[in-house]
Design a protein around this ligand. Sequence first.
Ligand SMILES: [Zn+2]
Length: 416
Amino acid sequence: MYKGEFLADEVVFLTQNGIYLVMCDTFVAVGSASETGATIFGKNSDRPEDEVQLVIFLPEQKRTIPSSLQCTYITIPQVPLTHGILLSQPYWMWGGEMGVNDKGVAIGNEAVWTTEPIAQKGLLGMDLVRLGLERGNSAKMALDVITSLIEKFGQGGNCACDGSMHYHNSFLIADSREAWVLETAGKWWVAEQITDGVRNISNNLSISNNGTLCHKDLIEFAIKSNLCRDESSFNFAKIFTTGYWTPNIPPTGREGRIKFMLEKMIGDITPIYARGILDDHTGGVCMHGGFISAGSQISTLSQKPDLTHHWFTITAPPCKSVYLPFTFDNACRGLTNPGPHKDINESWIWVIHQKFFKTLTGSEAENQRSKIKGLDVEYSRKSLDYKGNINQIVRDHNELFQKYQKQIRSNNTFNL
Ligand SMILES: [Zn+2]
């Protein structure tokens, strides 16, 4: 009996400690799946409820002198050129949960639990997201950057600021032409190319063969380890998951719910519709509780500047937040200084927003939430009309940021 031949009726997400722990959703609509033909990328970053997530901007940087780069836990060689990036970053780490670069590449990661041992030190999945963005001028190049760094330096380290949280990673990497789902188990990896349609990932290994590309020794390792008979019977997800694997994703969970929402709108998916996916409570996509959707991103990626847009929430969760439009311009006032930060700054809008909503009762909270979302849709529609005009987008970003923070900081209820 090969592990790869095991089938079960349900998907189980199980940590090494036997605790159910699920977080993060990332999706993409490529090419003809969207209304305009632009690729639409979206992610909710689900993290511990008190872990602040910041949106930061780092401009393109050129270096003439070789230098080293301190990531969250390990140091690696720096490269001569790093692209400009917008990154949604848990405040205490070097890397980020998701982001986009000025070459039109977007990346988000997911925690996955695999049968391979987790190294105590290495590159965090979030470090790899940032490294892929800083070094990749296309989705394929970012994929190559991440897989080569995993093979050379390894992934690992504690993913929690407080306590212990260890996992391997999957990634969704997209540009205007294609997307890649990259799934890993320790140093092993497999990648699936997506050139059309929709795809989403949610803390679950999902590639059921050896993908479009894989680690060069992967099949040989699996056969020698008695994990499969031959290449044709190789199933990355079945072999490496710590839970069970099934091709029939339950429609009631986050992964199945997003798949359903994407597939029913193929050809008509818009950034506004993408907000509805990330705000979804029917399948629990917008997460509340001990883990919350602490940051959210929607990007439209196109070779046409007028179809290229990036929005990030700077507060949490997305159902109670506006998505600010961002450009690669540090005139955007919603940006924060890049981490890692040692301590939480009580004046960060993310912190104040959390406190603001905790003061509201049920009906008040719902009233405020509804006003915030009305504002969000109004500004989102406006920014789509600007056809990529950076000055207009920055102006609206700052106007929306000012309106938003004025109410929160004064602890008044929104009257927008
Ligand atoms: Zn919500």
